[in-house]
Each structure stands twice: as structure tokens, then as C-alpha cells.
Write a protein that binds this ligand. Sequence first.
Ligand SMILES: Cc1ncc(COP(=O)(O)O)c(C=O)c1O
Length: 361
Amino acid sequence: MSVNHGANLYDLSKKYGFSKDEFLDFSSNINPFGASKLAKEYVINNIDQVSIYPDPNYINLKKSISDYCNCLEKNIILGSGATELISSFVKTINPSNALLLSPAYSEYEKELSKIECNIDKYYSRKENDFKIDIIDINELINNVNKNNYQLIIICNPSNPTGFTFTCSEIEMLLKNTSAFVMVDETYIEFTDSNKFSSTKLVDTYDNLFVIRGTSKFFSTPGIRLGYGLISNKKVQESINSNLDLWNINILASLMGEIMFKDNDFINNTVNVMTEQRTLLINELRKLDDLKVFDSQGNFILCEITSKSLTAKEVREKLIPHKIIIRDCASFDGLDEYFFRVCILKPEENQLLLDSLRNILK
Ligand SMILES: Cc1ncc(COP(=O)(O)O)c(C=O)c1O
């Protein structure tokens, strides 16, 4: 199966002869400090539960998510990662006409194409540093109403640009259109969630669907745990009726019961990642060849403005140093000179900077 996301460490380790753990993976946007210790210990201490079925109602897991997001338990839908929720929401709404804010994570387009939906794109532009201001939002609202889109998809923060709408900006959109708005908040916890997250709007607006995954912030892509928040009863029922019984395995369910309550993990992650993001952006900006875009996420979009090398060439030159970056040529709206790096541990970020300095000099 060919997928166009972060690195496939299985393929790369086979091709280059390094083990998977030797790579510094700056392409997958995963919190480098690993999962919550409390949650891991809980799983280890309860490992014998693999011999029973999970609770089909996931009561403890939903309670933990509801406390974490300050939302009603009945509005939570569980999924096997954000990926399953993107797919099931698109299938449930089954729009014939959708608007995709671009450049964007490729799974949205893939899912819309499967149902043969007409896809229009609203591009944030390089000339505006990929920012979408209040004038653009008004233009976006007019565009949605004029074209009768049934679904708008927003990645917030945007993967790959790092731009993030505030909660009030998303509310403007919800107030002024009747389209369903799907907001993928996979990276929201790396931002100031109070300002940027739309979860607090879920109980008020029944055209909003917020998707969250635990792969990135909680460093758990292996357990495949995601959740969606929606107050629209009809949509809830329809998605839930199509989900398989026990779609969340017991290890994911146990981890989820604990990690959302691990405030030390949550606060430390936000503090370190915010500090490292500022540092990495500032240091990358010292490289003459690069334009470095602002980001609220745990990743940074860069453009090789000198065009001395393409992103693909930079990526290939870094691999022998066991460093992997994301060549962004495949993102519609970007070109072969864009790449994305995520924030890893301080010493690893330093290695990336040293290697880029050597390659781009
Ligand atoms: C914006 C975005 N949404 C969803 C996903 C998939 O997340 P999950 O592992 O929760 O399925 C990714 C993975 O890279 C992503 O970047």
C-alpha cells in the first residue's frame, strides 16, 4: 500500500540498513518524549485484561475524554485514530459538494474522492505567509454560501502550514453558514488550546464535528485511538451505527483512561515543545537559503528560497545522517522547494540544525 505521509520507517530501515529506532524522524510530527509513564504503567499492571473484551460502551474512557475536553459524554464518538473518524464522518455526511482548506493533509481529499464528491479548494497563499485573516474569512463565508457547500474541512492547526484559526474565527464560520464544518484538531494541544480549540463550541453548534487523535501529542500512534465530538444526534447515531462493536482495543482504552488525566505529562509537553518551537524557528531563520513560516503546531514549514536544492535532495542528503524530513512537494498548493520538520528533543533539534547548515551552505 502506498501512503504519502511521514516516513515509513519500516521501508527506510530495510533500504538503508539502519534500525527503526536509529532514525531521527522529523517527518511524523510525534511528541519525542514518548507516552505518559502513568498510562504505560497502568497498561503493564493490567495486561491480563487482554483476555477480556473491552467495555462496549467505553464508559471510563469516555468519562476521561469528557473531563479532558469539557464536553458531554454523549457527544463523544470513538475511532481507531483520527483516520477512522475522518473516513466515517465523510461517509456519513456524504456531501456532493465540499470545500477543502488547502494545502492540507491528504486523507481528506482521499476520503471525499471515494464518495465521488465534487471538491473545491480554498488556498491559503504563500504571499500571505499562509495566514488567513478576517477579510479572507468573510470571503470564505461568502464563497461557502454562494456555492452551497455541504461540508467544509479544516485542519487546525493546519498540517503542513502551521496556521491556526482561533475558536472565535471558527465560530464566525459556524454562525454564518449551514454547512457541516469538520475541524481536525490532531495538533491542537501543541497550541494554546483555550484560544484555538473549538471543542467548547460542540454543544452549541450542531453543524460542527471536531476530530482529535492521540497519536501526536500523546505519542501513541501504535494504539490507534481517536475521538470525535459532535452534538448532532442524527449524525452521532449514523456514525455509531456503522462503527464495529469493540472498535477500540483494550490497551488503547486503558491508556486513554489514564493519559488524559496525566497533567504533569500534558503541562511538561506543552512547555518544552513551545520553548523548542521558538528556538528551532529562530535558528532555522538564520539560514540564508530558507524562508521559515510561523507555526502554532509541533512542526515547521520551510521553503528553500535560494532553490539551490529541492526538498527531495535535502531529504536524501540527510538520510545518511539518519535524519528524515518531510518533502512537501506532494501537497497541493506547495512545490518541490517546501519541506516540513517537526520538533524533537533539544539535542536532536540541534543535530538537525547542524546538518542543515552543512547541506545548505
Ligand atoms: C492532520 C492529521 N490528521 C490525522 C492524522 C492521522 O492521525 P491518527 O494517527 O490519529 O489516525 C494525521 C497524521 O499524520 C494528521 O497529520
